[in-house]
Design a protein around this ligand. Structure first.
Ligand code: AVJ
Length: 315
């Protein structure tokens, strides 16, 4: 991982324009910051999907065909702190439905937290965690012949460019069997005055989250980034439907990274692109799943219609 981090930082900071992958936000400090983001009033995404998981739980269960006729595994990609999923898990346990829960996340720290929470809150639930990146874990879906219900919540797919997201869905689908389901949670395209504050909160938590990638380069790769000399700079238009985050250099400066034995120059106003958070509509979703072998079976929205959980079925 460290070797890959090193190579990715070298590639990204040598490019023009500069970029770094948002997957590097998530160490212990980044996980904590993201939990704080999910609790921000401006970050409507979590509340909206929580509304679906809390108030439309039985609808989700019916759409995902969760019954005792056939035992199944719920595999969650990018489970994080699992706060929304727990609503579904609780309801399934209440209804005495047999299943196992297999959360996957890039952060072992997040998985440890989730596992210990589930031990106290749902002690009889069978839980098996797996640390890894999305693309890496797909082939392990085929390890058992039990039916799969795959959850991919929180508009996590929005971090992928459309061609990558399409490739991901194709690959995921090819690792599913007939009767399996995919629940994919996506943020819907809406006005800038709602979306932009979600990525530019008044407390500066999102700024700290974005800057965390530079702090990680300092601590893990011996960088000397001065975090005071970069500012968080988000961008969104409803027309494009993609929130983008940048770190902008506030002056002309040089940054040395010991692990790379290399100095990088930043012009005043120069940016590092760190994240895309794509927003969707039915048409974009339809084109993402086209020819993947998955069909759109259901769409469940929150009461404000900000967010949608699409239920896709493998035939
Ligand atoms: C976890 C990828 C869904 O893109 O909205 C939150 C991450 N970035 N604030 C998102 C994030 C800035 C989040 N996802």
């Amino acid at each position: 991982m460290n070797e890959q981090f090193k190579n990715d930082v070298l590639d990204g900071l040598s490019a023009n324009p500069k970029f770094l992958s948002s997957k590097y936000f998530y160490d212990k400090i980044g996980d904590d910051l993201f939990v704080q983001i999910m609790n921000l009033p401006e970050y409507y995404l979590t509340n909206a999907e929580m509304d679906i998981f809390s108030n439309k739980t039985d609808e989700l269960i019916a759409a995902l065909n969760c019954t005792n006729d056939r035992p199944f595994d719920i595999v969650e990609l990018g489970a994080g702190d699992g706060s929304k999923t727990i609503k579904l898990l609780e309801r399934l346990v209440d209804r005495k439905i047999n299943f196992s829960y297999q959360p996957v996340d890039i952060s072992q720290n997040a998985l440890d937290g989730l596992e210990s929470r589930l031990k106290t809150e749902l002690p009889n639930l069978e839980v098996e965690t797996q640390q890894g990146e999305y693309f890496e874990v797909l082939s392990s879906l085929k390890n058992t012949n039990r039916r799969k219900v795959v959850l991919f919540l929180g508009s996590n797919i929005g971090n992928m460019l459309d061609p990558i997201a399409k490739k991901f869905i194709d690959e995921l689908s090819s690792n599913l069997n007939g009767g399996d389901h995919l629940l994919i949670g996506i943020d819907l395209i809406k006005a800038v005055d709602i979306v932009l504050p979600a990525y530019n909160d008044s407390k500066g938590i999102t700024a700290a989250f974005n800057l965390n990638v530079l702090r990680r380069i300092n601590s893990e790769l011996g960088g000397d980034f001065d975090l005071e000399k970069f500012v968080h700079s988000p961008y969104y238009t409803e027309e494009e439907g993609i929130a983008k985050s940048y770190l902008k250099s506030t002056c002309n400066q040089e940054v040395f990274i010991a692990a790379l034995d290399k100095t990088f120059h930043f012009e005043e106003g120069e940016t590092i692109h760190t994240e895309i958070s794509r927003k969707y509509n039915d048409k974009i979703m339809q084109s993402l799943i086209q020819d993947s072998g998955l069909q759109m079976c259901n769409k469940i929205m929150d009461n404000k219609e900000y967010f949608a959980d699409y239920i896709l079925c493998k035939s």
